[in-house]
Design a protein around this ligand. Sequence first.
Ligand code: HEM
Length: 392
Amino acid sequence: MRPPLNLMAPDVRANPYPLYAQLRRGPVCQVEPGGMWAVSRYDDVVAVLKDTRRFSSVGLGRGFLPPWLARNPVASSLVMKDPPEHTRLRGLVSKAFSGPALQRLEAQVRTLAEELAEATVQQREVDFTAAFALPLPVRVLNLLFGLDPERWPDMRRWAEDLLSIPASQPTPERMEDIRRSIQEMEECFQVLIATRRARPGEDLVSELVRAESMTEDELMSFLFSLLPAGFETTAHLLSNTLLVLAQHPDELERVREDPRRIPLLIEEVLRYEPPAQSSLRLVTEDTDLGGVRIPRGALVAVLLGAALRDEQRFTEADRFHPGREAQAHLPFGHGIHFCLGAMLARMEARLGLEALFRRIRGVSLTRQEVQWSQSYIARGPLSLPLRWEPRV
Ligand code: HEM
């Protein structure tokens, strides 16, 4: 018997693209873990994400509510809702992530990026993930929430604890840590909401409080969900960019000479090494897809990472080529759940890279093998030891 195709196999986590190529040759089939149905071609991925009636997001929260956790507001977040509830909630929160809201944040994010870049480049050899890629998004979330800047290490611990919930059974001590983090977050957000209700400002929470039809529970749940949504993915985008540039020094040279190319660089990193590799959906009725019948109740892994290397859509899909003609919006999903933070993530990446590129001439890896995150949902290096060649 052929061994099952396993998204969690160590060689697949190190490099998932050969398996994705095999899956795209079709037909749609089951994979490990859990016998999920893998959808991998660009057109099939778009079709699934558009069809919220047959491919639902409700029920996905179960993984965030294991038996040892009595309550976790992330389990009922926006991303785990279907219309009409999703439509109503999304309408209430969208304004807080609009262009004008982000413009108000831009100068502060730039200052943060400059400070972090200065400290990171001063160390000739550095773990880029720990020094820059993780702190920048956490500190931006901290800004977005309008919390005391000194609280960002708490915010980071909370985000990491929330992200670790769907993983395997934790030890009793870890369970206690996670429960404590959730309680601390609840207390922090309750104070924040009460303060903004009493004296609204221009920040995210004030904007949400103004949407009076949002219940206290919905508001809390939304704030909770922003931590895991906005933290790891953005950190992976930054680390993946530096990794790809260390492997493609000619591209670094080009973008350093003309920083207006940074947005093109970011779009191609999002396609070539996407931080979000997969979305999940539950099938609501027996459904034919790619010539295969998927049964009602089945879990579908919508492999964004595979679709973004589909030769039917991208010429020389395995080549890193900023400025390529076919643009991909899939790295942030598609349809009603399209990432609410996409503009914010792109802004963070742009300002972060501008600040770094002003200070360096070159970058190289101090260790060739990369330790990748072990998730089939998100992809990025756990650490990224780099050596800078500073600008003289
Ligand atoms: C949804 C990717 C950054 C907030 C999504 C989805 C993807 C994604 C693929 C769709 C999930 C699905 O269809 O099941 C990314 C990537 C990011 C990023 C690659 C960084 C490079 C952020 C940031 C925030 C954020 C910075 C906010 C601070 C959200 C929210 C949703 C979402 C709230 C749910 C939207 C909905 O269900 O309507 N993201 N994201 N994301 N993202 Fe992001």
